[in-house]
Design a protein around this ligand. Sequence first.
Ligand code: HEM
Length: 361
Amino acid sequence: MGRNSLVVVHGQAHERLRSFVSNSINRPDALQLIAACVQPRLVSALHSWAQLGKFKAYKEIKKLTLQNIGKLFASLEPGPILDSLDKLYDGMLKGIRAYPLNFPGTASHHAIQCRKKLEAIFRVELEKKKKEEEQSNRVGTTNDLMDGLMQMIDEEGNQLSDQEVLDNIISLIIGGYESTTLASMWAIYYLAKYPDVLGKLREENLAMWKKKKGDFITIEDVSELKYTNKVVEETIRSANVSGFIFRLVTKEVEYKGYRIPKNWKVIIWLRYLHTNTENFEDPLCFNPERWNVPARPGTYLVFGGGPRICAGNMLARMQLAILLHHLSVGYKWELLNPDAKMIYLPNPAPADGAEIAFSKI
Ligand code: HEM
């Protein structure tokens, strides 16, 4: 991930970086800009999906997510650089949970090589930005996440180093790319399986669309879409994009009659929490109405918890809501293999990549 990445550093260094990163991607003013930036690309992708007619939802959403991330994070437009990022991230993802053997031929070695190439690509972008700033004599020329990280100043007046900027750009893409892709694919999958839910979603979003006279929606509009936000929550609960989180035991604890010694590592099995009948009634049913009442504390940890809670949780929710808005007002779709087998590694997904027939309403 990189020595300076948010997911790796601890204590004060973590707190400092977290506030940098949250300010850039997860706070209302940042989300407002992101909402405006992602919608043109989303609308044109949906239009091209309708022309394709039949496709694997996972594959097309992945392309769209990378285009949005490329633009938001480093002002990259579709082209050879984005194509190589896709391959390099794929290689990195496959090695992250592999056995850490670092010699040619292993997944871990390949991931490390991909990581080096990614860093080289983003370093070129960073140097380009610095040059542009120098030539134009102004700070921040593009307003993307890399610019945001380069400009941020902490309470003591310090800025992030180049290496901190690079490590965090790389690990934030790892955090946001596959997770957003999978959650979006599951939204499409569940809505195809639950037409009543899609009907209600469509009703709410058509009303919003008429109110906006077809204009793009803002984060204020998203917060008004009460039913849509329940669909977002139910999608994230059911999708279980992050199956588990790790914690190191820093102080001996007793839990349900077991003694867990200091320095042990504990896995919190999130998928179990979200599919446990003690926590959610009929947990395998996709039922947004269950969110009329908030989940009991400790039973719903899709984004983890405490100081390490997902740094992109609001961004992920907002992106899903925006996707649901545009999908539901303009398009219809059905699963080509509604009984497709499920795979569970590296993440739960239908084995056919959620192949759908897709058209304009
Ligand atoms: C549906 C989508 C997503 C899910 C389910 C998800 C889930 C998670 C989970 C479970 C964690 C671990 C939290 C913990 O240990 O307590 C995490 C951490 C993190 N996520 Fe996400 N995530 C999603 C989207 C995103 C996005 C869009 C970004 C940014 C672009 C992002 C960036 C991060 C980062 C940087 C961390 C590490 C935070 C830290 O260590 O302080 N995630 N995420």
